[in-house]
Design a protein around this ligand. Structure first.
Ligand code: A3P
Length: 285
């Protein structure tokens, strides 16, 4: 099928097309053979659902409120992205417990995850806002195809990259080792989400430290953190004249982008994909 064709930009990995800028055969082999440790903590996201945000929040939650790594290590090395080219260079040298992010669907995670006791935090975001955020990211990233108009992008998104919902980890196999949170809940009450995360991880930090995690985790503060705002990435890779990595950071921007027709088309796909599941999201209400 044409939509599953490899190109200069994408490589085909099982049933996924992945950017060659961030994945190589070597990094994918590393993912496959990765030895998950019992105290590893995974944050699983679909792109544009809060990955960079959780990379800011997890380290201090896991190390008693210490912000050193957030201030000194770029997000992609601080909480490496399993599957990406940086992961093999970073993960073997990290001290435990290791916070790790990944965009991989359930069936492409390393087998050792399922045999381990490692925990998984799964973040979802309203797929319509994900699509808007992704559209602007496609515009600015020189390593991704030109997205065309928003309508064209949505068609491609639904046809080829619309695996967003299919990728959602619904699998009960992980039992109480998986915690589901949403981007919208984080926006609404970050502190209470972080308390759930702490409880889930069996970690405690002082109320003052939690205050600091919450206040440093605002969009404004992350925009100013050179280690998180992607300013270390050269302009020819991420063109800031076309968009910015941190955009509005709100919920509901889709309403400014979707025509009623496009909305109906998108909603129909979501409803079809969600049939038979009991997952409910805050934007359903
Ligand atoms: P927008 O493009 O809608 O603004 P990811 O890190 O997974 O690529 O996701 C990027 C999206 O998360 C962007 O969404 C970005 O603005 C948003 N984001 C990152 N940090 C945030 C924060 N502290 N508060 C709110 N939104 C945040």
């Amino acid at each position: 099928e044409q939509r599953m064709a490899e190109s200069d930009i994408c490589l085909l990995y099982h049933d996924l097309l992945l950017s060659r800028a961030t994945h190589t055969d070597k990094s994918l082999q590393f993912l496959e053979n990765f030895q998950v440790k019992d105290d590893d903590v995974f944050a699983i996201t679909y792109p544009k659902s809060g990955t960079t945000w959780i990379q800011e929040l997890l380290p201090p939650l896991m190390n008693g409120g210490d912000f050193t790594s957030v201030q000194t290590i770029p997000n992609w090395d601080r909480v490496p992205w399993l599957g990406s080219t940086r992961a093999p260079l970073v993960l073997d040298t990290m001290s435990s417990p290791r916070p790790i992010v990944s965009h991989m669907p359930y069936h492409l995670m390393p087998a050792t995850l399922f045999k381990s006791k490692a925990k998984v935090i799964y973040i979802t975001r309203n797929p319509k806002d994900v699509a808007v955020s992704f559209f602007y990211f496609y515009k600015m990233a020189s390593f991704l195809d030109d997205p065309g108009t928003f309508g064209e992008f949505i068609d491609t998104f639904l046809a080829g990259n619309g695996e967003l919902l299919r990728n959602i980890w619904r699998n009960p196999e992980l039992g109480d080792r998986i915690l589901y949170i949403t981007y919208e809940e984080m926006l609404e009450d970050l502190r209470s989400v972080l308390n759930r995360v702490l409880m889930f991880l069996g970690q405690e930090i002082s109320a003052e430290a939690l205050d600091r995690v919450v206040s440093r985790g605002t969009l404004e503060n992350m925009k100013n953190n050179k280690m998180s705002n992607y300013s270390l990435v050269p302009e020819d890779v991420l063109d800031r004249k076309k968009s910015t990595f941190f955009r509005k950071g709100i919920s509901g921007d889709w309403k400014n982008h979707f025509s009623p027709e496009l909305d109906a088309k998108f909603t129909a796909v979501i409803q079809e994909e969600m049939k038979g599941t009991n997952i409910r999201f805050p934007w359903d209400e």
